[in-house]
Design a protein around this ligand. Sequence first.
Ligand SMILES: NC(=O)c1ccc[n+]([C@@H]2O[C@H](COP(=O)([O-])OP(=O)(O)OC[C@H]3O[C@@H](n4cnc5c(N)ncnc54)[C@H](O)[C@@H]3O)[C@@H](O)[C@H]2O)c1
Length: 439
Amino acid sequence: MKIAVIGTGYVGLVTGACFAETGNEVTCVDIDQSKVDLLRDGKIPFFEPGLENLVRRNIESGRLTFSTEYSLAITGAELALICVGTPSAEDGSADLSYVFDAAVSIAKASDSVLIAIKSTVPVGTRDRVKKLLEDEGFSHSVISNPEFLREGSAVQDCLKPDRVVVGIQNQKHKELLQDLYAPFVRSGNPVLFMDSRSAELAKYSTNAYLAVRISFINEISQICEELGANIDDVRKALGSDQRVGMQYLYPSVGWGGSCFPKDVKALVNFSESAGLSSILPSASFSVNQRQKQRFVDKIYRHFETLGGLEGKTIAVWGGAFKANTDDIRESPALTVIDAILDKGAKVYLYDPSAMDSLAANYGSKVTFGKNMWDILADADALCVLTEWNEFKHPDFSKLKSNMKESVIFDGRNLYDVSVLDSMGFVYHRVGVSYEERSR
Ligand SMILES: NC(=O)c1ccc[n+]([C@@H]2O[C@H](COP(=O)([O-])OP(=O)(O)OC[C@H]3O[C@@H](n4cnc5c(N)ncnc54)[C@H](O)[C@@H]3O)[C@@H](O)[C@H]2O)c1
């Protein structure tokens, strides 16, 4: 099948490469010429495990090409997938201008192509796109096909999705989508057909549920800290219940990224526009804000008796919003780093993948290391803010001897409390009160 993919961000590029991998002829379009130039050379503008090889292989096979020209990509294509960004507008609603622009550009390039919206868009957007096109004199069919991949495991998620959701009515189009996704669901995972509004809401409900779930365990971790319980034990007991399960039940410094914050905001916005005040999604936001602030407060409190953070040196491991990505959008690490800088401390920072975006964000305000060890000299404390594998099992004796003070603020609960306590570290983690332990 000949397919056009519009937008070469995380979703567009991964989707395009995966469809090419299964034998389709794919052209990816982006309005960003520099991105397209890079991609034509087989270079990936962001970090995503496994993607570079996949893209290169499919460029070499001739099945994957890149262009800034819609006409080149759309002519002869049966399907055009819109994968452009839908960022938060000022009021929290999703900014749909990129989606609308893309839809009109596709329609102008071909009369017959089926338009699928893969971007995350509020309930009713497919209908708005259809109406917009009709107002411009086009009669294209438009369907909803939201994407559920996760950064960090995007290629695997795309090739083996838990489910595919398609908001569609027309039987012929159903068959086309069933056929397209067949190689991805050979192990029996479902392709779920429904109306477009349900498909659109399915995507938001998934992200909002996960945000609520993480905020729930984070709120429990806050209670643990206040009342002297241990989140590790509570989590295990809670997650062992088969009705609950262990996944997405890790307490941390908070959630972030390019999707959860903007999607929760959009869900709140469109629920409220429908006259329904948002309760749980809004609460997940408040808990998340409090979680990040409590982590910062722990750092402030520690340095209170030591003359404050002014002039102190803080080493930071991790800036990406989670491991295996270079994405720092709404990363909780940024909240923590900003708060430390705000009090006049020097920050030495290392992240295995996100150094370019962190450098663009902070410039000379922070000092960047070449590895996780060379930022530790003179450190009055270490903050661990992203759960990268390489941070999970460091040589603690080396850590102790490299740092000025043996103080760790762990926002990802990576280490064993008893080991670090026994080695004389002042070890703060989420949901286990250091003050309680040292009493
Ligand atoms: N990133 C994720 O993990 C993820 C997962 C599932 C769904 N989504 C959703 O998918 C959509 C895309 O997300 P992303 O992270 O890939 O975004 P992104 O910001 O990484 O990429 C969007 C790309 O679209 C391009 N673009 C914008 N307008 C265009 C136009 N008119 N024509 C052609 N290209 C255009 C931009 O230049 C950019 O390269 C969003 O709605 C997002 O919510 C993202």
